[in-house]
Every structure is written in C-alpha cells, then in structure tokens.
Ligand binder design. Sequence first.
Ligand code: 5GP
Ligand code: ZN
Length: 118
Amino acid sequence: MCIFCKIAKGELPSNKVLEDDEFMAFHDINPIAPVHILIIPKVHVENFQSASSELMAKMTPFIQRVAKELCLDQTGYRLIANNGKDGGQEVPHLHFHLLGGARLKWTHLAKDDTHKSL
Ligand code: 5GP
Ligand code: ZN
C-alpha cells in the first residue's frame, strides 16, 4: 500500500485540514510555502494522467473548499499536480499541492536536463 493510502486509512498520522468520504487535505511534511497542503482522493489513483473526469468533477469542489477554509480564496494560491518522472512526482498517488500565504515566485524550472529531442 502506498504512503498516501496509509494516510487516507489513518494508518499513518497526518496534520489534517479537511476530510470527507472521498478526499482528504493535510499539511505537507516538508512545506515549501507558508501554507502547503496536499489534497488526495482516498482511493488509490496513480497520478493526474490516470484520473477520471468523474473523480476530478468531485475533487474540484473539494479543493475549492480547502482553499476557502484557509482563506486562500481571498489572497490567491497555486495548485500543482506533479505528474510522472519529468513532473517530479515522488509519491505515486494523485495529489494536488495547494500553496499560498506569500507572493509565490514563478520561474523556468529546468536547467540542463532538457530532452535531446526538444
Ligand atoms: P510530489 O513530489 O510527489 O509531488 O510530492 C510529494 C509530497 O509529499 C512532498 O512535498 C513531500 O514533502 C510530501 N510527503 C512525503 N511523505 C509525506 C508524509 O508522510 N506526510 C506528509 N504530510 N507529506 C509527505
Ligand atoms: Zn495510494
């Protein structure tokens, strides 16, 4: 079972923000912004690329609820889904990073690792 499945089942501890029957939001263990929340479906889905439109239709309002709960709907936020190897996905269970609480930087993220074919 993956690490986020264990968190979803309560077998591993997490600092929870919001939960319903299908989704969970909790603080990232290694935050990169003043507010850094991870939002997951409780069911194991590997990544965004394999997420169904039915799942996303339910997940979208849950994510919006989390943002509202933390007042990030007022100040703004960034929502990120790292997908696969190039996306830097480390945990193979669909999750969105909800980042906020500061004016976040935006920059070119690749240095010398551009694929040869590009
Ligand atoms: P990824 O790189 O897969 O998009 O992001 C995985 C995120 O999960 C990272 O930001 C990492 O800090 C976070 N993370 C990894 N293990 C745990 C954990 O056990 N608990 C929590 N709360 N976050 C975790
Ligand atoms: Zn999982």
